[in-house]
Design a protein around this ligand. Structure first.
Ligand code: ANZ
Ligand code: ZN
Length: 807
């Protein structure tokens, strides 16, 4: 006894679970609970971030299962993408080989962690049986007018040799998200999904996502970036009207310059006839970090439609070609960027809006708030908002306009390891969709080349026939952004074997939305937004009856070492696999879940791991001693101490359940640990009533079952139970009238302890932790025992604390 052999216990129960298929999802979901962790990219070994993420969903799924819910808790592999392609190039193999190896490794590691997935539902996105549905869905999007091929400036990473979505370009310096190379811009014909058609809906829908963190809702709102404003045309003699977008039409009397993006049509026209200007524009760098605004005067003037004034036209690097119309009216008096630019190029700065009260120095700094119009002709004295409304009506060339920061979703990738876009290019017919019955367009398997788009080199893939006219045609060689794969995989999990449709509508409607979605905050924008868009679009195709895919989203915090995020580049990585080998999965899981609430960062500490390990050993020892009839028990049951313990068992059930329910596993575990120490004291300081003690053990084991699934199976069996604890019922509290009184006493004692801490001036956090941790409850027990069953207050606790305080 007292030797805890995790290496024997854990594989044994993993095998028994698998044999009995305990984690299989029932097909009819009467009480559906869909618990999902973001599926991983198969990259090698599980790291600490994975392990935390999956432990959270696993504990919750297990808790839900014990509550009697039908739980869908699946796992799969987001297995297309650049890292696999690069790894394959390096090793001169096909990416599938590397990917499948990684999947094998990670799956084995997941199984050793004791994660209770329904592996019958495993999905792997690089398999034709999955990606054919990407192609099928792409065609439905196309039919609905939601997929478009259009030219445009694209972000090009010269090192990865691929187009990147805006979201994959990072920071002011505009670096490739994969390799950190500065991104260039190029014009190419690309496939887009027109997510902007859903911009308003996606924005308004955020209001209803009240179980998402506010921060994430804010990120989504910003990303969509709705701006209410107006377009207005400025006449450029000999060139025609040029439109700008403004949110501040009320400042139109203060326009002192006009600015074009380097890529604007008018810029192109002007430089076509003027090599000198062309050379100057060439020196502008739209990718610059934006600290310094630079521009070139074109020699041309535009006419302000409100004042008739001529204003100089510049080409400027801070005007973005894909924002608004790619041109702006410069109002240095009221816009910071314009102010900076005007100061640099000695352009007039005029004030046309004044604050209600107070002085401003417009030469020093732009006044950017709304106010009252001045020097604005007939509009003088009007409030900004009213002036905007009037000006839109009065100006012939102005119109209300809402613009979004959100761009259409560029899904074309010039890489090999992705879903082939199911299109054929015919000289006669143009781009033609591959017929449904010819799907999937399978990715040929070969060893990719290090440069360019490897698919272009494969003649047997490229050369084909036009499905419409039968003439010679070329296959599209672009593959899909892997975010396509992950934008609907949660639907596939509801019926992973469907072979006539991507998912079964009825099943998806039963299970969806995902009740609990857990995964890294790095996916809080793109992945969640694309999933929300795709879900809505699929609903509009009447294939689904759900508009928001994820009811509750929880981004888990980081596991750190000495306060810094673990990363291989910093060399401060703790391998979860080594921890598992040394201490066992249960220990790793218990430590991780006790250390902090799931959303918080926490520090990995050897001490914490060891103390979790020792706790597990004690729990098992206590159960085994009892099971071996080595615990002296009485058949009492009615002494105050027995009643006290009985009530504490109930209180712990309530508190631990509330903890699990609200994703405060650390609180739940603290309560459950408290119960175990209470039982220990009960055993040590009195001869416990057999029934009460046994109920205490049965309860404690089940309260730990979601987090330490293996050792609790061992305990459950030792207690003489037949089935798996994984399939057992969650303990229920028996409440009686005294319960509340007891709770109150407990609460009062807690108050006293706090007070004493104050008086004794204990500020040392470690000391406080010792005192207000759950241990305090057991002091109340000490008191109860000392006074022969009468709970007399917290005298003893007082003395103990005073001693501590003085020491
Ligand atoms: C005139 C004006 C006056 C503006 C004023 C603002 C304040 P924000 O500022 O983030 O709300 N804009 C329009 N097209 C642009 C482009 N292609 N590249 C860069 N900037 C562009 O965004 C709205 C403002 O961004 C617009 O309103 C426009 O400047 C600028 F006191 O018009 B404003
Ligand atoms: Zn054709």
């Amino acid at each position: 006894q007292d030797t805890y052999d995790h290496a024997a216990i854990e594989p044994k129960w993993q095998e028994r679970w698998a044999d009995a298929d305990v984690y299989r999802t029932s097909d009819d979901a009467t009480d559906p609970s869909y618990v999902l962790a973001m599926f991983p990219y198969p990259s090698g070994d599980l790291h600490m971030g994975h392990v935390r993420n999956y432990t959270i969903t696993d504990a919750y799924a297990r808790y839900q299962r014990m509550q009697g819910e039908d739980v869908l808790h699946p796992m799969g592999w987001d297995s297309f993408g650049l890292p696999a392609e690069n790894a394959a190039i390096e090793r001169e193999i096909n990416p599938r080989e590397w990917t499948m190896d990684c999947i094998d490794t990670m799956k084995t590691q997941m199984q050793s962690m004791g994660f209770g997935y329904d592996w019958n539902r495993e999905i792997t996105t690089c398999e034709p049986e999955y990606y054919r549905w990407n192609q099928w869905l792409f065609k439905r999007f196309y039919e609905e007018g939601l997929a478009e091929r259009k030219g445009g400036e694209v972000n090009w990473c010269p090192s990865c040799e691929t187009v990147l979505a805006d979201e994959q370009v990072e920071g002011e310096a505009e670096l490739c998200w994969r390799c950190g190379t500065p991104v260039e811009s190029r014009t190419l014909d690309q496939w887009f999904l027109t997510i902007t058609d859903y911009a308003d809906e996606l924005l308004d829908g955020i209001d209803e996502l009240d179980e998402w963190p506010d921060s994430v809702r804010g990120m989504q709102r910003n990303w969509i970036g709705r701006q209410e404003g107006a377009t207005v045309e400025f006449e450029v003699p000999e060139f025609g009207g040029i439109e700008v977008f403004t949110t501040r039409l009320d400042t139109i009397y203060g326009v002192t310059f006009f600015a074009l993006a380097p890529g604007h049509e008018l810029t192109q026209e002007l430089i076509a006839d003027d090599p000198e200007l062309a050379a100057q524009v060439e020196t502008l760098d739209p990718d610059a970090d934006g600290d310094e605004k630079r521009g070139v005067f074109t020699g041309e003037y535009a006419i302000n439609p409100a004042t008739g004034e001529e204003i100089p036209i510049y080409v400027a690097d801070f005007v973005l070609s894909d924002v608004g119309t790619g041109a702006l009216m410069g109002v240095p008096g009221h816009d910071e960027r314009d102010h900076e630019f005007a100061t640099e190029y000695d352009i007039d700065i005029e004030q046309v809006v004044a604050p209600e009260n107070g002085e401003i120095d417009i030469d020093e700094e732009a006044y950017t708030d709304d106010g009252v119009l001045v020097d604005s002709g007939e509009y003088d004295g009007m409030e900004s908002a009213a002036a905007r409304e009037r000006l839109v009506e009065d100006l012939d060339t102005a119109a209300n306009h809402t613009q979004y920061r959100l761009r259409d979703w560029l899904i074309s990738r010039q890489r090999y390891w992705g879903t082939p876009i199911p299109v054929v290019h015919c000289e006669e017919c143009g781009p033609v969709m591959v017929p449904d019955e010819e799907l999937p367009v399978e990715l040929p398997e070969f060893v990719p080349t290090p440069t360019g788009n490897p698919l272009e080199e494969v003649d047997s893939f490229v050369e084909t026939e036009c499905p419409e006219c039968g003439g010679p045609a070329e296959r599209e060689t672009d593959t899909m952004d892997t975010f396509m794969d992950s934008s609907w995989y949660f639907l596939r999990f509801t019926s992973p074997d469907s072979d006539a449709v991507p998912f079964d509508t009825e099943r998806a409607n039963d299970w969806m939305p995902v009740d609990e979605y857990v995964g890294g905050i790095e996916h809080a924008i793109m992945h969640l937004l694309y999933s929300r868009f795709v879900t809505r679009a699929i609903d509009d195709m009447e294939l689904l009856d759900v508009r928001e895919p994820f009811e509750h989203y929880l981004p888990q915090g980081m596991v750190q070492l000495d306060g810094t995020a673990m990363s291989s580049s910093k060399g401060n990585v703790v391998s979860p696999i080594e921890i598992m080998d040394e201490y066992g999965a249960d220990t790793a899981r218990l430590f991780m879940m006790s250390a902090a609430r799931p959303s918080k960062d926490f520090d990995w500490t050897e001490r914490g791991v060891r103390s979790s390990n020792e706790f597990i050993e004690r729990l098992l020892g206590m159960v085994e001693t009892f099971a071996a009839d080595e615990t002296a028990t009485a058949d009492a049951g009615e002494r105050p101490i027995d009643e006290y313990v009985a009530r504490e068992i109930d209180a712990t059930i309530d508190e631990a359940s509330a903890g699990y329910e609200n994703f405060r596993f650390n609180d739940a575990l603290r309560e459950a640990r408290g119960l175990v120490s209470l039982l220990r004291r009960y055993r040590e300081q009195a001869t416990p009533d057999e029934h009460t003690f046994e109920r205490g053990l049965h309860t404690a084991v089940r309260l730990f079952a979601p987090v330490t699934p293996h050792v609790t199976e061992e305990c459950w069996a030792a207690l003489g139970e037949d089935g798996f604890v994984a399939a057992a019922d969650w303990p229920e509290a028996a409440h009686d009238a005294d319960h509340e009184a007891e709770r109150q006493l407990v609460e009062n004692t807690r108050e006293d302890v706090r007070h004493i801490l104050d008086v004794a001036n204990i500020e040392e956090p470690a000391a406080i932790e010792v005192v207000v941790a759950p241990e305090w409850k057991h002091r109340a027990l000490d008191v109860a025992i000392a006074s022969d069953g009468d709970v007399v207050g917290s005298v003893m606790a007082d003395e103990e604390l005073r001693e501590r305080g003085e020491a």
